[in-house]
Design a protein around this ligand. Structure first.
Ligand code: FDA
Length: 319
């Protein structure tokens, strides 16, 4: 990787973690609408109606969907309760429409940064309602400082609710051990490479080593017949998983983020593999946008273009 690219990635990942910058963007009547034009490439809209409209379009085209109401690291209890209520509403909307799909969220959106007991209470409320409608909940994985807390809440809820799954980050060295335990629970495991800037003694950088670790975990889960989401846009990895015929198995699906490599997911869908699109909505998109650009520094050019062009061109779901 070129030096300049590395510097951009580091700067974006640091900006993503800067709560003051995030607050300034969210509050600014000038910056928010400007950056929103770039965020719209990856975020379906600010309101629940926006995400449901996009979700229906994907469902009509034989994709499955996950919906995330974006937000994390909330330290105000009232805001956490509002986020939990919003997620209950997403579940309700999906239930009314008989959409047996997935709702995703970060535990620090519903209280993890304040109190684990309250978070568990909210999590249970969500799991109960989701179970009633045949909906799956997927917990996102956050910075490594929260991994143990997230996993311990997951194990507690997964003991009683098989409809709750967990995302795990392959880049963390600890995942090798965590996976042995997580495989004992029935919930779906979503394998992601990992999006945060972490110290090199605990996490791998993007590398061959990381990709072979990813494949090793896929193989373990496939062999255990465990429900698994292959959550990556990495074409080489996907080709290898396809070569091994894992996508033919009923417990394996591939999942990609809205706005990232839609043409690749469309190709896989045409082969009739189980394909899921991860849709986000809400106004707390700052961190999410920084991550999407940091993953692919060329996306900075797209962001600038989106900001300059007054209206982002209407995108079909397959381009
Ligand atoms: P990698 O970053 O190695 O990229 C491989 C190739 O994919 C690139 O060369 C490019 O072609 C394409 N690509 C990747 N990102 C792109 C982008 N933004 N724009 C355009 N092309 C791109 N992370 C986390 O820490 N916790 C979590 O809970 C989740 N949850 C989650 C759910 C789902 C459904 C997905 C798909 C991803 C996540 N992630 C996540 C993010 C994940 O950790 C990772 O940062 C991104 O998926 C990018 O990594 P890849 O596996 O795509 O490979």
């Amino acid at each position: 990787m070129k030096k300049a690219e590395e510097l951009v990635i580091q700067a974006l990942k640091s900006a993503a973690r800067d709560d003051r910058l995030k607050y300034a963007v969210q509050q600014s009547t000038e910056l928010y609408p400007l950056l929103w034009k770039a965020a719209k490439r990856y975020v379906t809209g600010e309101k629940i109606e926006d995400v449901i409209t996009v979700a229906r379009e994907y469902l009509d085209n034989n994709y499955n969907i996950s919906i995330e109401y974006i937000g994390e690291n909330i330290t105000d209890l009232g805001e956490c309760e509002r986020a939990k209520n919003e997620l209950l509403q997403v579940i309700e909307e999906m239930g009314i429409l008989s959409l047996k799909q997935t709702v995703s969220f970060d535990l620090s959106h519903i209280g993890l940064s304040i109190n684990a007991e309250i978070t568990y209470k909210y999590l249970e409320e969500l799991a109960q309602k989701a179970q009633r409608y045949g909906i799956t909940l997927m917990i996102g994985m956050e910075e490594s400082s929260k991994t143990s807390d997230i996993l311990s809440l997951y194990k507690k809820i997964a003991t009683n609710y098989a409809n709750v799954g967990i995302s795990i980050q392959v880049y963390l060295y600890r995942t090798k051990v965590d996976l042995q335990e997580l495989i004992q629970y029935p919930g779906k495991i979503r394998l992601v490479k990992g999006a945060f800037q972490e110290p090199i003694d605990i996490a791998m950088i993007r590398s061959e080593e990381l990709n072979s670790r990813y494949l090793e975990y896929v193989e373990q889960l496939v062999k255990a017949n465990h429900p698994i989401s292959i959550a990556t846009h990495d074409e080489m990895l996907i080709q290898e998983i396809e070569r091994r015929q894992y996508f033919d198995k009923s417990n394996v699906e591939v999942e990609m983020l809205y706005g990232v490599r839609p043409e690749l997911l469309n190709e896989l869908r045409k082969k009739e593999y189980r394909c899921r699109v991860y849709l986000t909505y809400g106004s707390e998109w700052y961190l999410y946008l920084c991550h999407r650009i940091a993953e692919q520094p060329e996306n900075l050019y797209l962001a600038v273009t989106d900001i300059i062009n007054e209206s982002i061109r209407e995108r079909s779901i397959v381009d």
